[in-house]
Write a protein of this length. Structure first.
Lengths: 219, 114
């Protein structure tokens, strides 16, 4: 059992598709989870289907959706870091790592979950993962928590190999689906389309895959 | 937001003319466009809280609509606009939603920074 899990992602709903099953399983085991979410997804294109948000109301709507999703998953400590969507890669890299490093020092996690830098498609994902890795690399190797990375770039298996952790989350699939649906402004259209396709359109959600980060820098 | 009504948007645009106002302008095809379709060339841009002053603003087209704002030394332009709203702060929000209802373009004006 993990002592404490720290999750660091840039957008509300990043946690839902890739890792909410894993987190729900840990929460059911009583492991405390802290989720540091860097932005409120202010620049999302999805406004609901049919649209019920606009560019100015979207941040508050997504904040509420995120809080609801956290309740469903069992995340009791949500930190909103106040950066702006699409700007993470332009932020001061040291400042980003300082902010994340402070949360690592405070919560002393045994496991961190984030995106694999360079293999996570969205520039915010890659910059978020890179900031986490930089923050952890400041610690001596024996003090570093394990880091499990999510990756979904087309070339990720080719370059990183197969994910070393493949977890069946079908026992908590109801919680996972509810967490995804909590992000209604972002996921309603997608879920409607998936249910229209029917069959196994959502079967992939029952498995979550992680690559344990291999340290390059050793202090 | 509501489908654009040209006369009402034109009246709203006129209220922002000839004074310093704050502009949010963006186009986006989404960060995943090239991931889902490798042959799609992903491009987008946004400016948030650019301070501008325009002498003439106009909405034209049969829907989707175009808006042009004439600045002292240039222009602001957006096309593909479909919906509009005036917020309780008096901000004018114009947006273009694609056939799936996703935001593709936004042009917004405010007396105070967004």
């Amino acid at each position: 059992m993990e002592r404490h899990i720290l999750v660091v992602f840039p957008h509300p709903d990043d946690e839902a598709f890739g890792v909410s099953g894993t987190l729900a399983l840990h929460a059911e085991n009583g492991t405390p989870i802290t989720y540091a979410c860097l932005t409120l997804g202010e620049m999302g294109r999805n406004m609901g289907k049919p649209p019920f948000a606009n560019r100015e109301t979207l941040p508050l709507i997504r904040k509420k959706e995120l809080e609801d999703a956290c309740k469903i998953i069992g995340i009791k400590d949500l930190r909103l870091l106040g950066f702006r969507d699409k700007t993470i890669e332009f932020e001061d890299e040291e400042l980003l790592s300082d902010r994340i490093g402070a949360i690592i020092a405070e919560t002393n996690p045994s496991l961190i979950i984030t995106f694999y830098p360079g293999y996570s498609v969205h520039p915010d994902h890659d910059a978020c993962g890179a900031a986490v890795i930089r923050a952890v690399e400041r610690l001596p190797k024996e003090k570093r928590p394990t880091v499990h990375c999510v990756a979904f770039a087309k070339n990720c298996e080719q370059e990183l190999g197969k994910p070393d952790i493949v977890r069946d989350v079908s026992s908590v699939i109801d919680k996972k689906m509810a967490a995804i649906q909590a992000h209604r402004s972002q996921t309603e259209g997608l879920m409607k389309a998936a249910s229209k396709r029917g069959g196994d359109a959502l079967a992939w959600l029952k498995t979550e895959r992680f690559w344990t980060y291999k340290w390059k820098k050793v202090l | 937001m509501q489908p654009i009504r040209v006369e009402e948007v034109q009246t709203a645009l006129n209220r922002f003319a000839n004074q310093d106002v704050y502009l949010h302008l963006e186009t986006t095809n989404g960060a995943y466009a090239s991931h889902h379709n490798e042959r799609f060339f992903s491009a987008g841009a946004y400016i948030r809280n650019g301070r501008i002053r325009f002498s003439r603003g106009k909405i034209v087209g049969k829907g989707p609509y175009r808006v042009g704002l004439r600045l002292d030394f240039g222009w602001v332009y957006a096309e593909g606009l479909t919906d509009w709203e005036v917020t309780d702060k008096g901000q004018l929000l114009l947006a273009g939603h694609d056939y799936e209802g996703k935001l593709a373009v936004a042009l917004q004006l405010s007396y105070e920074p967004f």
